[in-house]
Design a protein around this ligand. Structure first.
Ligand SMILES: [Zn+2]
Ligand SMILES: [Zn+2]
Length: 264
């Protein structure tokens, strides 16, 4: 597959499960362009390798929140960028809500110069009074429009929307409950990547189940729904069946899944 595409690096949780690593999603805006990562949980670098991608292919990391299952491999990525075997290294931009600069400082305190890299730009943002933020991201010759909305999973966590040069609209919930602001952010997206941490019957305030993920996708009028972030208690096939029973155009993520991001 070439052109704009999404590669699932980790469709699971922090709990070990074959085929389902911690949260990480790689987005390629156009053939030959640097990739952007949505979240960067432990195992992200290993998963990049499985897809024959290297750290030199990553031009941006966009974070949803700072739970370790969503950001731990940032330290690994920074360390890898210092490796002398790397013959080329594009600039890297790291974007995240409030807490990013504290994370950066903490990594520096712990790892010192091993994670220092002057070619990395750190862009922390605060949402406005409506809980929103938007900005542009340059990836090679391409410009992506990013938008975020606070979702209440943690005090500063956000969900994301990215508008690709291919006119494909992609939504990514990060971790969230069934929050109207997320449906508004992701209105009419072509693909809605939604966490589905827990199975039906194990509802939690700040996570989704197959049913609440489906309701959120339907509220957003998303054209397709990719369920992901499965804890071991979730059967992905069952989750898809339950979401489809509510009318959501659902399918399930697994590590290594690649999806074309070309608007139909
Ligand atoms: Zn979380
Ligand atoms: Zn999580």
């Amino acid at each position: 597959m070439t052109g704009a595409r999404l590669a699932v690096l980790g469709a699971g949780s922090i709990l070990p499960r074959p085929g389902y690593g911690s949260s990480g999603y790689a987005v390629c805006p156009a053939a030959g362009a640097p990739w952007m990562l949505f979240d960067c949980g432990p195992g992200t670098l290993r998963a990049l390798g499985a897809l024959h991608l290297g750290v030199e292919d990553v031009g941006a990391v966009v974070l949803s929140h700072y739970h370790p299952d969503h950001c731990l491999d940032l330290a690994a990525l920074l360390f890898a960028r210092r490796n002398p075997e790397l013959t080329r290294k594009p600039p890297l931009e790291v974007i995240g809500p409030v807490g990013l600069l504290a994370l950066h400082a903490g990594l520096g305190t712990t790892f010192g110069r091993w994670v220092e890299d002057p070619s990395v730009t750190w862009r922390e943002f605060a949402v406005d009074e409506d809980g929103r933020w938007s900005g542009a991201l340059a990836l090679g010759d391409h410009t992506l429009q990013l938008a975020a909305a606070a979702n209440g999973h943690t005090p500063n966590s956000v969900s994301w929307r990215v508008s690709l040069p291919s006119h494909f609209e992609l939504g990514y919930t990060g971790d969230t409950g069934e929050v109207a602001a997320v449906a508004e952010l992701c209105r009419d997206v072509d693909l809605f990547v939604a966490e589905c941490a827990f199975p039906a019957g194990q509802e939690a305030e700040h996570h989704l189940t197959p049913h609440s993920a489906a309701r959120l996708a339907l509220a957003a009028r998303a054209k397709s729904l990719l369920l992901t972030h499965f804890y071991p208690s979730v059967d992905p096939a069952e989750a898809v069946a339950q979401a489809r029973a509510l009318g959501a155009p659902a399918f399930a993520a697994h590590d290594g899944l690649c999806v074309s991001l070309v608007a139909r």
